[in-house]
Design a protein around this ligand. Structure first.
Ligand code: NAD
Length: 252
């Protein structure tokens, strides 16, 4: 199951997993787009199952997990990817924005874990991948609430890895750098100087470019697979070297 699977990084993950032969349940608040993707990839109930799910509403997550298990017979993994980018510094973010980013990004990840874990246990084990961000590891001005959710996702991942490791349930997270998705397109469209912002974000990565959604999907497929059988509690940085880049300029 992939939450936020209808667009951006989530869509690339769904495509990659279907290519790898998995049957994938696509949960997204944009039900129409999720259904369109499911149809494109081989039809509902065969390779895919789409549902309109708001990850911040627990009964919707619970119902869709049950539907996925009824349709496919079992659950081997969940990718808790749905998230929203809500800007605002600690002093400026409104209470409504704070509550919204917490409820989608953090409560949504917890909800996916809560309802998936019993089925992963029933399957004899499984893999959970939670979508954190470089913003959970280092600070960026203007993103207090968003960063707090991404740091908390890392802590929740580590805690659950310890708690469920004995039951063969692996729990990892991914910290993407800047990936060109609808989320970032919206940020660039509303920036006063989009080209300047793109250039500065490009140069903040050691690889001097943004990442592709398919590159995050490849890392996710690895963490879900048996190739990662001894990997749990980790945070895989798929960030083009953003978090290891020091000050620019060469030593003289
Ligand atoms: N794009 C980046 O540069 C970047 C970097 C680091 C981390 N991330 C994280 O990766 C994840 C995906 O980001 P993206 O850039 O693909 O975003 P996106 O906005 O392009 O796509 C997000 C998807 O999630 C869905 N969604 C939003 N709210 C939802 C809800 N309440 N319930 C269910 N689905 C919901 C949207 O409909 C959409 O299909 C997010 O958690 C984001 O924080 C993105």
């Amino acid at each position: 199951m992939v939450t936020g699977g209808a667009a951006g990084i989530g869509e690339a993950i769904v495509v990659r997993l279907v290519e790898e032969g998995a049957r994938v349940a696509i949960a997204d608040i944009d039900g129409e787009r999720a259904h369109g993707l499911a149809e494109r990839l081989g039809g509902q109930g065969e390779k895919t199952l789409a549902g309109r799910v708001d990850v911040s509403v627990l009964p919707e997550v619970a119902d869709f997990v049950e539907r996925a298990v009824r349709t496919f017979g079992r659950l081997d993994g969940i990718v808790n990817n749905a998230g929203v980018a809500v800007p605002g510094s600690a002093e400026n973010i409104s209470e409504a924005d704070w509550d919204r980013v917490m409820s989608v990004n953090l409560k949504g990840v917890w909800a996916g874990m809560k309802y998936a874990i019993p089925h992963l246990r029933a399957a004899g084990g499984g893999s959970i991948v939670n979508m954190s961000s470089v913003q959970g590891l280092v600070g960026f001005p203007g993103w207090a609430g968003y960063a707090a959710t991404k740091g908390a996702i890392l802590s929740l991942t580590q805690q659950a890895a310890v708690e469920y490791g004995p039951e063969h349930i692996r729990v990892n997270c991914i910290a993407p750098g800047t990936i060109m998705t609808p989320m970032n397109q919206r940020i660039f469209e509303t920036a006063p100087d989009p080209q300047g912002l793109i250039a500065s974000w490009n140069s903040s990565h050691a690889l001097h470019r943004f990442g592709e959604s398919s590159e995050v999907a490849a890392a996710t497929a690895f963490l879900l697979s048996d190739d990662a059988s001894f990997v749990t509690g980790s945070c895989l940085r798929v960030d083009g070297g953003l978090t290891v880049l020091g000050p620019s300029g060469e030593a003289s």
